[in-house]
Design a protein around this ligand. Structure first.
Ligand SMILES: Nc1nc2c(c(=O)[nH]1)N[C@H]1C(S)=C(S)[C@@H](COP(=O)(O)O)O[C@H]1N2
Ligand SMILES: [Mo]
Length: 547
């Protein structure tokens, strides 16, 4: 009698079959625009988990990146999310494969081989079906037709189940030394079983490395072309055009760029990979309580309405004090109220629900839209059509509010007679999400010190921002001394951050620098330390330096 292969063997088989499945899915995604389900699965989990868990998880990721100094927060966070997505799917696949192996082993009492194969295929279907449904539901990057995607994924998961069955049957017929020695109850992988596993493992490892390698190269090529597109734009639009080019207060070297290079603009959204929208077939729908529902192409929007340019500092509500989840660029597009006027608002209309390709949505009161021409639909950033990451082909701008109120990749604007909570509000973030006043020390430029009238000065510089409310004053205090006013550079616009500098009369030693700001109307920033949850971080930023 043969001794059936045990569960450790089963787990090894599951590993050797799940890894190439992932590589092949990735390759197919890169070559043929088929969906890469591990990302879809991760995105789906993020959408269905209870809001407080998701918010806490994001908060932890931001904390870890900040504490360990892992680099720019938003791109590092995406890398971490990508890794979690891959590990999660791999572990899930290995567990599922091991369970399938155990089931085969348990059912395998003189049953026919073809029955076991049917069981294996059912196992593949049980794993694959939910993945197919999830992918159809959340994927926004695949460009292959739905039927092709379904067929492809079905085949891939059935092959996965079939391959595990095949490995089980092969292993079963290979004897183990334990039974030769008459032992039982101890799992020993025999030489021949081991040889089989090594051979299968080597083959699938090759497939995995080759598949993933080629796919990665293709993805890298794409991102390089993307980068080149940004660089061409950089050469075309130089910062001399900036409206405050003649400002007399110059930024201290080491202060963050006043106008963020486009590729450095932070990116936050609920997708491992940003939705890829075909600009040609995309339409903006405006419906609900309107006299004439509209369906517009991006060219309609460009040609029908006057565009306005607005320099904007956007910030994420998850941005900690002095964090890097905030950036500044030029937004271009029509006022939302001009576009809405063409749809004809009906009596009783009070709110808009703005929905996006990725299932994200937010609401905004019509009073806000109609009273502020700066509420706009933006199709360009930094003089070029929105990059995929940042909402191509269309996003909305709502001054004075955190990014969570401003959907990217928008597809529909529904006019309603009531308010609704948006995506992040239902998950626990603040409903208003009004930007907090905040001020940050970017640099204590000891290497830029200079002498004047026998006194050495060290320039200290940074930013202050209060949404669309402006900054009237920034003050710096050294070693808990008196608050001294800093000089403010004329900002790019009333909706961007303000660069400030304070030329500090130098004293050698270790010093602690603190900064605080006042809004346009004189309201001081909140000095009390508070975490980002639920309404945005507050607190004084301090840095300690030995100069
Ligand atoms: N469709 C969609 N729009 C979205 C989001 C999203 O997840 N999906 N995230 C919002 C959040 S939380 C922020 S902070 C801003 C960030 O915009 P950016 O990535 O272009 O900087 O996008 C907002 N718009
Ligand atoms: Mo955000």
């Amino acid at each position: 009698m043969q001794r059936k292969p045990g569960l450790i063997t089963g787990a090894l088989v599951a590993v050797t079959i799940t890894a190439p499945l992932m590589a092949v899915l990735y390759l197919a995604d890169q070559i043929a625009g088929l969906a890469f389900v591990p990302y879809d699965f991760f995105d789906w989990i993020g959408r269905v988990l209870p809001g407080d868990i998701v918010i806490r998880a994001i908060h932890t990721i931001v904390d870890v990146i900040t504490a360990l100094n892992l680099g720019e927060t938003s791109s590092t966070a995406k890398t971490i999310e990508t890794l979690i997505a891959l590990v999660q799917f791999f572990v899930g696949g290995v567990v599922a494969g091991t369970i399938l192996f155990a089931v085969l082993r348990w059912l395998d009492r003189a049953r026919r081989t073809d029955v076991l194969y049917v069981v294996g295929l059912i196992g593949g279907a049980i794993l694959g079906l939910p993945m197919i449904l999830i992918s159809l539901h959340v994927n926004t990057t695949a460009d292959a037709p739905d039927q092709v995607r379904v067929l492809w994924l079905a085949v891939a998961f059935l092959v996965w189940g079939g391959a595990i069955t095949w490995a089980y049957l092969r292993l079963k017929h290979l004897s183990s030394p334990a039974e030769e020695a008459g032992m039982s109850g101890v799992e020993v992988v025999s030489l021949s079983r081991r040889q089989f596993l090594v051979r299968v493992g080597a083959a699938t490892a090759t497939l995995t490395v080759l598949g993933a390698g080629v796919a990665y190269a293709l993805e890298w090529q794409d991102s390089r072309e993307y980068q080149q597109r940004i660089e061409r734009n950089r050469a075309a639009a130089m910062p001399d055009d900036l409206p405050n080019a003649g400002a007399d207060v110059q930024p201290v070297a080491g202060t963050r760029p006043e106008y963020t290079p486009l590729e450095d603009h932070y990116r936050i959204d609920i997708n491992v990979r940003p939705p890829e929208i075909d600009g040609g077939s995309w339409r903006l729908k405006i419906d609900g309580l309107v006299d004439n529902p509209l369906e517009m192409t991006i060219d309609d929007l460009r040609s029908t309405y006057d565009a306005r340019d607005q320099y904007v500092t956007l910030a994420c509500i998850s941005n900690p004090v002095a964090g890097d989840l905030t950036s500044t660029t030029l937004w271009t597009g029509p006022s939302l109220r001009d576009v809405l006027a063409d749809a004809g608002l009906q009596d009783g209309a009070t709110h808009l629900r703005i929905s996006a390709e990725d299932g994200f949505y937010e609401t905004v009161a019509l009073d806000v839209v109609n009273s502020d021409e700066r509420v706009m639909l933006a199709y360009d950033w930094d003089h070029i059509p929105l990059l995929t990451e940042h909402g191509f082909p269309l996003r909305v701008y709502i001054p004075d509010h955190y990014g969570m109120k401003q959907p990217k990749w928008i597809t529909e604007i529904e006019v309603m007679d009531h308010d609704e909570d948006g995506y992040w509000v239902t998950r626990g973030w603040d409903k208003e999400a009004r930007m907090r006043a905040t001020s940050v020390i970017d640099v204590v430029a000891a290497d830029m010190s200079y002498e004047q009238d026998g006194q050495t000065f060290v320039p200290v510089g940074g930013i202050a921002h209060a949404g669309a409310r402006g900054i009237s004053k920034v003050e710096v205090s050294v070693d808990d001394g008196e608050w001294v006013e800093a000089r403010l550079r004329q900002p790019l616009s009333e909706t961007t951050w303000v660069l400030w500098r304070y030329d500090w009369p130098f004293q050698a030693g270790e010093h602690t620098f603190a900064v605080r700001c006042y809004e346009g109307d004189g309201t001081p920033q909140v000095e009390e330390r508070h975490s980002t949850m639920p309404a945005g971080a507050t607190g004084i930023h301090t840095v300690t330096r030995t100069v």
